[in-house]
Design a protein around this ligand. Sequence first.
Ligand SMILES: [Zn+2]
Ligand SMILES: [Zn+2]
Length: 318
Amino acid sequence: MRVVPISLPTPFYIGPVNVYLIAEDPLTIIDTGPKTKDAIEALRAGLRNAGYLVSDLRRIVLTHAHEDHCGLARSLRDEAKNAEVFVHNWETGHRHSRLEYEEHLNLLVRAGVPEDEIEKMRALYDGMRKYADSFGDDEFTALWDEAELEFETGSLRILHTPGHTPGSCSFLREADRTIIAGDCVLKRITPNPVLSPDPVNPSRRFPSLAEYMVSLARLRSFSPTLVYGGHGEPIRDYEELFHRYFRAFQERQSQVIGLVPKNGVTAWDVALKMFPKVDDVHRFLSVSEAVAHLDMAYTEGKISYELNGPTEVYKPLA
Ligand SMILES: [Zn+2]
Ligand SMILES: [Zn+2]
């Protein structure tokens, strides 16, 4: 089974995104790049180098539904006529627009984000919409944990690896313990557990960091020899990266607990203290990070919280 990585430009801070062509019948692409002219041109060139056209694609598989990974899915599907799109059911909230739903706004209010900041975030994510076409619920096939994507000479096992987003999936080729992991595993940066509603009960928050740690440990259980991430170069030393992530999580956890004073704080307060200078999309990501760590600290019994109106206020243990 030939895996062909193709790097595509994105207009985002993160830089280029990796998509993966599985050059075998049925011809499959894992992730698509954002909906920009530069990305589609680079993708066409990458496919051409491997001996294919967009119209040859039969399956479009998404690791998760962030714009840099799913943006071109609809265009590719339409151009390739019979191509089928696959994404995990739990990505529903992301297939449209991240701050579109009432639940997302509620999560920001609960985190103590001021109204004008919520408006800024909303405007920002509205601006992101042009980089991805949304999909209706009847326009994709669901990816299931432990199911296989069959190819002529082998298969990829689907691993549901939530954390970065609730429906993030990775793909394992058992024969050589290679994993395509999307944004679950990135070489140079610790990926964000992004603030999301719980897909099973949208009035609740998805326990992204706790889920993320389980996913990273699960990937480790396969002793991968090579992990292809959504950005940056492939990882050959997953074991080392795994420990680095855990150290980073623990350090952040201690830092966050240290930022909880007697009179209490909101996740927004903590985000501002951790990242005083951030703006744009990073403002939302910094809130995500603060919420993820406060949630985790609360779950582990290290801090308490109470509600002040709709807003959660975290306090040290009495
Ligand atoms: Zn992502
Ligand atoms: Zn990404």
